[in-house]
Design a protein around this ligand. Structure first.
Ligand SMILES: [Zn+2]
Length: 671
């Protein structure tokens, strides 16, 4: 396979005619910041107006960030601290777009309708900046950052090949919103609910020289032969029944077809050798640049580089779990890992997560490590017999401050906030994987304002007064949640019937119970840690409000089809429903929400939380200790779609949360 240029380089761009620099007082104050950032996405500019630092309402060169992965080089926007004429032209076109209003819609199948849907899809994600200034680091580490970011562009190219969209990317015309959508969604399709199934929502413009429209591109994975996918809609099942299924569906290989008949397994390193060798070389250069005190990281970079040559990932996994928050300030995972993106759920998608260790996690690890046995004893008492406290030895998760997510890790909207890897091999089989929780998402001023907006639409004034912009309380609750996955009846526990939760409850219910246990224990442990002096009462109260807001966020997705809901949504329903029934949370129908506009709001009664949560923890842990399937089924079913008090309030939650677009993260790194 020859190289295919996925993202056109800046040099290949059709250069728009230069436009005169605007004069007069209006200048660069004609667009407010939110509009600037939204329209910059429409026009695929890879620019983000970070903040109006000097408060003059005008965008200035030191207030913009240059988004990673864009088609325009930063120096084309700003040189010597001033905006270029290129920027001036782009600004005029943005003003023109806003002044022209929404583009006309058109009949189904028309190019006008397609263009209007593309803008709607883009607007469903609020561009949100994740920015790091690493320019103060020692030269060696800055060199490493440069090489790792360069490797990330090849990772995205590999991921595009896996998704079968690399060729489509090369065929995009000069329709800027469509190119922007292709870059953000890493494919030609719309993804937001209500748009994903619309046949007109895609990036492929009508061919100018043909009357016939080009329809939405079929989803053909790049991991299986196109002919197989076209002739057999159940090709995943067919492959699973194939005598060579184990080989064909192995995670690090592509299925190919020889002479249009025989299916063969082609290792990633052969299918995409050139791209993989680029990543290999860049990771080795990154390792060479690192100083001696980053030896653990350099070892991982070299082992991962070897994986891109050999397709053997075991040594990289060993080096990866040997890295931790004590021996490196960096976090990197690069290679093929998760399978959710592909139709058969078997092949590992290429991704990169590049981050700095968040030092908060180190301080929490130090506070909580000595309490592990005591926490296990407390949760064992809540569970009751036949569960007995075990010896627990587990590592608390590292918190990572993400610098860049690329490939399968870069979502169009939202972001993964926790991950446990690897999925295969010796490290996974022996339970020696590493768990991380991602921080930094949502810490920017725009996200904080959006969260306040959502919270003040749902909460009454007294509860809203406890809402905080400080990420600390929610972070603390997250670390307790992750710790609790290792406490009480867990994956390896067998109940009185001799079955694990997985076998007794079945996959989906077991997953809900495990998450419900972890999140209920997080609420419970917050109050348990106050008298121990580990946290103060104000932090505990703020954590409860933050956890409630987290639950509302998940419940907002449940108003459609409850049967579709994931484990977090289901556990949120149980918690909120339970607290409504016990008066720890009340719906004040006659009160006005803290935003002063919405009729009806939620009030959290701090004094009633501890007894309600204690009751729920005993129920949930007890059901898991006894493998009580009927009781667990009733508990989980009634709060989302049954007769629970939350059910009639779900549409209200969905409407108020849904008013604020979800974040679409863009990354900017200075080094
Ligand atoms: Zn969890």
């Amino acid at each position: 396979m020859g190289p295919v240029v996925l993202f056109l380089l800046a040099a290949c761009e059709p250069t728009p005619p230069p436009e005169p620099e605007p004069t007069g007082p209006a200048g660069y104050a004609r667009l407010d910041r939110a509009t600037f950032n939204r329209v910059a996405v429409h026009q695929d500019l890879s620019l983000f107006w970070r903040s109006d630092a000097n408060g003059d309402g005008e965008v200035s060169p030191d207030e913009v960030a240059f988004v990673w992965g864009g088609r325009v080089e930063p120096k084309q926007w700003v040189t010597d601290g001033s905006f270029t004429s290129n920027f001036a032209g782009a600004y005029e076109r943005m003003v023109h777009e806003v002044g022209s209003g929404a583009p006309p819609d058109g009949p189904p199948g028309s190019e006008a309708r397609r263009r209007s849907l593309v803008l709607r899809e883009l607007d469903a994600g609020r561009p949100t900046l994740v920015e790091h200034d690493l320019s103060g680091l020692p030269a060696g580490e800055r060199e490493m950052v440069a090489r790792v970011l360069e490797a990330a562009t090849w990772i995205e190219r590999l991921y595009a090949r896996q998704r079968g969209v690399a060729q489509i990317g090369a065929e995009l015309g000069d329709d800027l919103p469509s190119r922007s959508l292709f870059r953000r969604n890493q494919g030609p399709w719309c993804e937001r609910s209500g748009l994903a199934d619309d046949p007109d929502c895609h990036t492929m413009p009508a061919k100018r020289d043909e009357a016939e429209q080009r329809g939405r591109p079929e989803r053909h994975s790049g991991l299986y032969p196109a002919s197989l996918q076209a002739e057999d809609p159940n090709f995943c099942d067919t492959l699973a029944k194939h005598p060579m299924a184990d080989v064909l569906l192995s995670p690090f290989s592509v299925v190919g077809r020889m002479a249009d008949i025989d299916l063969v397994s082609v290792p990633y390193t052969i299918a995409w050798q050139d791209d993989m060798h680029h990543v290999r070389d860049l990771l080795r250069q990154a390792a060479d640049a690192l100083p001696a005190n980053e030896a653990a990281f350099a070892t991982y970079l070299r082992a991962a580089a070897d994986g891109f040559e050999s397709n053997e990932w075991g040594a990289a996994d060993e080096a990866w779990v040997a890295m931790n928050s004590k021996n490196s300030r960096w976090y990197l995972r690069v290679g093929p890992d998760e399978t959710y993106f592909e139709p058969c759920d078997r092949k590992a998608g290429f991704h990169m997560s590049f981050a700095l260790i968040d030092p908060t996690s180190v301080s929490w690890q130090e506070k909580l490590d000595p309490l592990r046995s005591e926490m296990e004893g407390a949760l064992a008492a809540l569970a009751g017999p036949p569960y007995r406290a075990r010896d627990v030895a587990f590592s608390l998760p590292d918190f990572i401050d993400v610098v860049l997510n690329a490939g399968d890790s870069r979502s169009a909207v939202g972001a993964t906030t926790g991950q446990s890897l690897p999925n295969w091999g010796k490290v996974a089989d022996e339970g020696r994987g590493r768990t991380v929780a991602m921080t930094g998402f949502g810490a920017d001023p725009d996200s904080l304002a959006a969260e306040r907006e959502v919270a003040s639409a749902l909460l009454c004034s007294a509860t809203m007064a406890v809402h905080t912009d400080d990420p600390g309380p929610l972070l603390m609750s997250t670390i307790l949640h992750e710790a609790a996955h290792n406490l009480g009846p867990s994956h390896s526990y067998t109940g009185p019937d001799g079955k694990t939760a997985e076998r007794a409850f079945g996959g989906p219910l077991a997953a809900v119970m495990e998450e419900l246990k972890a999140q209920t224990a997080a609420w419970w442990l917050v109050d348990w840690l106050v008298p121990k002096g580990v946290i103060d009462e104000a932090t505990a109260r703020a954590a409860h409000v933050a956890d409630l807001e987290w639950a509302f966020g998940h419940l907002a997705s449940a108003a459609g089809d409850a049967s579709d809901s994931d484990a977090y949504t289901r556990l949120s329903a149980v918690q909120v429903g339970w607290m409504l029934e016990r008066g720890a949370l009340t719906w004040e129908a006659s009160a006005v929400a803290a935003n002063g506009r919405d009729q009806g709001c939620f009030e959290l009664h701090q004094g009633a939380i501890a007894p309600a949560v204690d009751g729920l923890a005993r129920e949930v842990l007890g059901m898991m200790a006894r493998n009580d399937v009927p009781a667990a089924t009733t508990l989980v079913e009634r709060h989302l779609a049954g007769d629970g008090p939350l059910v009639p309030l779900l549409p209200v939650i969905a409407e108020r949360v849904g008013r604020t677009p979800r974040p679409s993260y863009v990354y900017a790194v200075t080094y």
